[in-house]
Ligand binder design. Structure first.
Ligand code: PEP
Length: 255
């Protein structure tokens, strides 16, 4: 059985002080939540401070992005080794805001995914369709193209160690949540695709998170789907009580 991963994407929010307070509040309750894995992803400038606030608690630290090169003249970028150096174990890659606002392509995400894995970071690779793509019946095609492009050239073992996040773009930050059936359909398709591209054991091992307006009141239904292995949470991860409530839904379902 795959352990739920409950991940918070803080996006470009918090201050040094409020981020440390938020992480500290989550860390304080992590002991009761050990049936699930917890991950917080603050803005990169606050990673070290958040790591200090987490202390020894069982809360993993992730970044929201990185560059694929190891070092050098890449002004404004941070590398996988730098993220590891400040205590990250995970990095979100290809979030829809990076794809659609900052113009990242599957090829960019693929380079970053390979660099993250080479450095020993766990990539959380995001895929998801736009509303017009869903309405045109292209969801499966879009997801397949993003999956193939973003994970091209990886071994089965590397894929098994990667987290995939299905985030329908129309559900991110909009309050419009995919129905549990809509989420499960894409998650099951993704798992089938992984089995076809790699093998059944890899497909069984990969954790596929759902993201898009996950809140305490819809978490149980979403996490209750067979192929939903956790959540990538934006807005609700900024309130410790909401993030913990979603994690508790995962704890209950793990019993
Ligand atoms: C996200 O940031 O990945 C996300 C899903 O945001 P929200 O939960 O606010 O929709």
């Amino acid at each position: 059985m795959r352990k739920f991963l409950i991940a918070g994407n803080w996006k470009m929010n918090t201050t040094a002080a409020s981020g440390a307070e938020l992480a500290g509040a989550v860390a304080a309750q992590a002991g009761e939540l050990s049936a699930v894995d917890l991950l917080v992803c603050p803005p990169s400038v606050y990673l070290a401070g958040v790591k200090a606030a987490i202390g020894d608690a069982n809360v993993a630290l992730g970044a929201q992005n990185m560059y694929h090169e190891a070092s050098g003249a890449f002004t404004g970028e941070v590398s996988a080794d730098m993220l590891k150096d400040v205590g990250c174990t995970h990095v979100i890659l290809g979030h829809s805001e990076r794809r659609h606002i900052l113009g990242e392509t599957d090829e960019d995400i693929n380079k970053k995914t390979k660099a993250a894995l080479a450095a020993g970071l766990i990539p959380v690779v995001c895929v998801g369709e736009l509303l017009e793509e869903r309405e045109a019946g292209k969801t499966a095609e879009v997801i397949q193209t993003q999956f193939d492009g973003s994970l091209a050239g990886l071994t089965a073992e590397q894929v098994a160690g990667t987290v995939i996040a299905y985030e329908p773009v129309w559900a991110i930050g909009t309050g419009k949540v995919a129905t549990p059936e809509q989420a499960e359909e894409v998650h099951a398709d993704l798992r089938k695709l992984i089995a076809e591209r790699y093998n059944a054991a890899t497909a069984e091992a990969v954790r596929i998170l759902y993201g898009g307006s996950v809140k305490p009141d819809n978490a149980t239904e979403l996490l209750g789907q067979d192929d939903v292995d956790g959540a990538l949470i934006g807005g609700a991860s900024l309130k410790a009580a909401d993030f913990v409530a979603i994690a508790k839904a995962g704890v209950e379902l793990s019993k």
